[in-house]
Write a protein that binds this ligand. Structure first.
Ligand SMILES: Nc1ncnc2c1ncn2[C@@H]1O[C@H](COP(=O)(O)OP(=O)(O)OP(=O)(O)O)[C@@H](O)[C@H]1O
Length: 315
């Protein structure tokens, strides 16, 4: 668990504080998104957690301990950090990149080797194929996967991610989002995810902290922010996403495709896609079963198809 209390950062004497009196708890073993428009203070907040940025005032507690009691090195060792352009060491192989922190910690060579292969497998890169490659030989998505593996190498309980999927094309982004979710569920890491992408926050986060000009606009579940916005700003920010706004006018029946409906929540074909989204968020599923007249399942509507207007032909 990470607790922020009265956290403030001012970059200069004159400018308004980038983050102002922020109090917030990131639950252990969950994904919390820091969401908000450009310049609202997301990255500043994230970097105060691992003290890459020193707070002007306020405290950060990690598992109950004030982070000022820990050396910066000890603190960062317990927190994997993934940024948008991952910054792999270009002269080292993929394997050595992932091994960097365990080697620094003096793990025996055999344990490091096993760990590298385990992590490459976990992020979906065949170790035998990728271990010996150089970063320049990788696609953006593959490099970002190596970045995630590297951040997880020493098994830190916390993963800080700053727009980790921001530079990827939509397909690679969706694939890596899925991988990170799978890993998070398996390993129960405490994840703080900075993003300005509403669908990404809805898909990934258990809790969303929506920021506005350095302050907290709302903290709640994705379902809370979509259906019970605390202010006009929240409603407007969550509603501004064109895809999200369109959902009210799209019937889930139009999004239904063949697929395995087993165990999915059910929704009549006439329901709108916004209702489908709310249901997925509440149930933690990536899809709903679409039920036609007479109660038979006619197909599956998936989260990733919600943003596609079936009439536009780009689905
Ligand atoms: N090193 C710095 N010196 C001065 N001002 C800064 C510095 N870093 C950030 N700021 C300012 O602090 C505010 C918050 O910036 P921050 O990067 O935390 O926002 P953000 O929400 O992460 O934005 P984005 O989504 O655009 O990355 C902005 O007004 C920014 O201009």
């Amino acid at each position: 668990m990470i607790e922020l209390q009265g956290l403030t950062k001012s970059y200069g004497d004159t400018a308004a504080a980038a983050v102002r009196d922020l109090s917030l708890t990131f639950p252990a073993g969950r994904v919390t998104a820091l969401l908000g428009p450009s310049g609202c203070g997301k990255t500043t907040t994230l970097r105060m957690i691992n003290r890459l940025i020193q707070p002007t005032s306020g405290t950060v507690r990690l598992a109950g301990r004030d982070t000022r009691e820990l050396s910066p090195e000890a603190l960062r060792r317990g927190m994997g950090y993934v940024i948008q352009r991952v910054g792999l060491f270009p002269h080292l192989t993929v394997g050595r990149n992932v091994a960097a922190v365990p080697e620094l910690l003096g793990w025996p060579a055999a344990r490091v080797r096993a760990r590298v292969d385990e992590l490459l497998g976990l992020v979906g890169l065949e170790p035998g194929v990728y271990r010996g490659k150089r970063p320049a030989e990788l696609s953006g998505g593959q490099a970002q996967r190596v970045g995630v593996a590297r951040a997880l190498a020493a098994d830190p309980p916390v993963l800080l991610m700053d727009e980790p999927f921001g530079a990827l094309d939509p397909l690679a982004r969706e694939a890596l989002q899925g991988k990170v979710l799978e890993i998070q569920r398996r390993l129960a890491k405490t994840v703080v995810l900075v993003t300005h992408d509403i669908p990404e926050a809805l898909r990934m986060a258990d809790q969303i902290a929506l920021m506005q000009s350095g302050e907290l606009a709302q903290f709640g579940s994705p379902d809370d922010l979509v259906r019970r916005p605390a202010s006009a700003f929240v409603a407007q920010f969550m509603g501004q996403d064109a895809a999200l706004e369109q959902l009210g006018g799209v019937r889930v029946g139009a999004l239904a495709r063949p697929g395995d409906a087993h165990g999915l929540p059910r929704l009549p074909a006439e329901a709108d896609a916004r209702t489908a989204l709310a249901l997925m968020l509440r149930q933690g599923t990536d899809a709903v079963a679409v039920v036609g007249e007479g109660g038979a399942v006619v197909g599956v509507a998936r989260f990733r198809d919600l943003g596609h207007d079936p009439r536009s032909g780009d689905a």
